[in-house]
Design a protein around this ligand. Sequence first.
Ligand SMILES: NC(=O)c1ccc[n+]([C@@H]2O[C@H](COP(=O)([O-])OP(=O)(O)OC[C@H]3O[C@@H](n4cnc5c(N)ncnc54)[C@H](O)[C@@H]3O)[C@@H](O)[C@H]2O)c1
Length: 503
Amino acid sequence: MKKVQKIGVVGAGTMGRGIIQLFAQAGHEVYCFDAWDGAVAKAMDFVTGLIERGVEKGRQSREQADELIGRIHPCDQLNDLADCDVVIEAIIEEIGAKRSLFKQLEAVLRSDAIIASNTSSLVVADIAAECANPERVAGLHFFNPVPLMKVAEIIAAVRTSTATVDALKALIDGAGHRAVIAADQPGFLVNHAGRGLYTEGLRIIEDQCASVQDVDTLMREAAGFKMGPFELLDLTGLDVSGKVMESIYEQFQQEPRFRPSSLVAPRIAAGLFGRKSGEGWYRYENNVRKDAPRIAAPALHAGIKVWIDGGADDHDSLVALAQQGGAKVCDAPDDAELILIQPWGWDVSSYCAQNDLDARIAVAVDPLPGLDKHRTLMISPITSSIARDAAHALLAQGGDVTIVNDSPGFVTQRILATIVNIAANIAQRGIASVEDIEDSVRIGLGYPAGPLSIGEKIGGERILMILDAMQAQTGDMRYRPSLWLSRRVTLGVSLLTPESSRV
Ligand SMILES: NC(=O)c1ccc[n+]([C@@H]2O[C@H](COP(=O)([O-])OP(=O)(O)OC[C@H]3O[C@@H](n4cnc5c(N)ncnc54)[C@H](O)[C@@H]3O)[C@@H](O)[C@H]2O)c1
């Protein structure tokens, strides 16, 4: 493989600047061009400013910084990129502009040079459509900020050659990022895998199961995510994310798994974009989020008669908590004033109907995070306030509690099972390898683990059970389990088991 020395960057905006910095730091000569007069100079100021700060903080010597800055070459015309081995395009997200630039680049560059697009939503084959040599065209999708987000997706379009993919992989590896390879499919890999958190979070609030703040709290404190779906949407901006949701849904031929929420359009129309507009799912004052205060736990109901479902995962711990709170643990549900259950996938109403339990005194405790983490209680539409408060008081002993309305799979089961199912389907469709799915989601989305590992930890059988139960209760095809998932559960093997090679 020919060693890539010279990199061209076209488009010196947010992404272009990061790409320039990354490759200059990796020791390449970087040539940058932008159609807007002054854009390259601004990008140079930005990048050199960062490098100078590195010197002030002792991260690099003056000499190293000067060498690094010397490797960045501002260009006045596209022709100045003629000797580049790889050119990365990071101009506006518009198919016409990209197509015509790629055609111009083909005329300027050597025949063995690679042309890559940083597009986040366009079909790479479409960008290459007017190129004479589409085999040297690929997607190269970075994340913002480029030097810190240490993953890049190489998009192999239908005509991209293996040699092009291999050369880009070596280039990215050499720059210290993790290179993952994805097929030219909507959302590629990371944006595709990231659908579950948003779509299911939105569906939960659409169904009035929980508040925005409660969903975020549970995803952070019970599921271990850095941010919940609404915090993330406020950060990226609903105007931007809303378009991505629509575009991926349409590009996947209205696949129910990606169906966007009707809650989004009115909020975009009202300018509730998120942090940048001062209000989104949350309100911000001086960029500080204004949260609703947490509801304080009620006083313990000493002597209340509690029955704890024998099938509950945390049966013994719940008995201990009830006794510690002065409750009387009884042997039969008929004698109880409060029933505690721990369903997987089922809501309180259905679980009570299936098990002949009185939903008026039933409260569910989410078994997924266990009692060590933030605890979720779930009530049926007819659970009495006495039963609800008694359960709240008992579970608030030594832990934080959030109460949600009836929902198949609480909040964490619903969202995590959806994330696992979408990742399994990415593997099923051969969009990326298991390893690349795992690493790209962990690095690119910052999830606590790769999505298939999350499923493996919960248990494939359990994930399947949650999805089946959600589909049975809602009748919604979005929850139908991926064949990747159901086959591996049927065979009793790990969700990370790749397909056997056919040849
Ligand atoms: N911003 C992100 O978080 C992000 C993340 C991943 C991918 N992307 C993708 O990266 C690309 C660039 O996004 P951005 O946020 O850096 O945009 P930006 O608006 O910050 O920068 C685009 C730059 O391209 C220049 N430009 C426009 N048309 C040009 C042309 N024909 N020739 C040369 N220069 C031209 C503009 O003058 C501008 O400086 C888009 O395809 C976008 O979808 C963006």
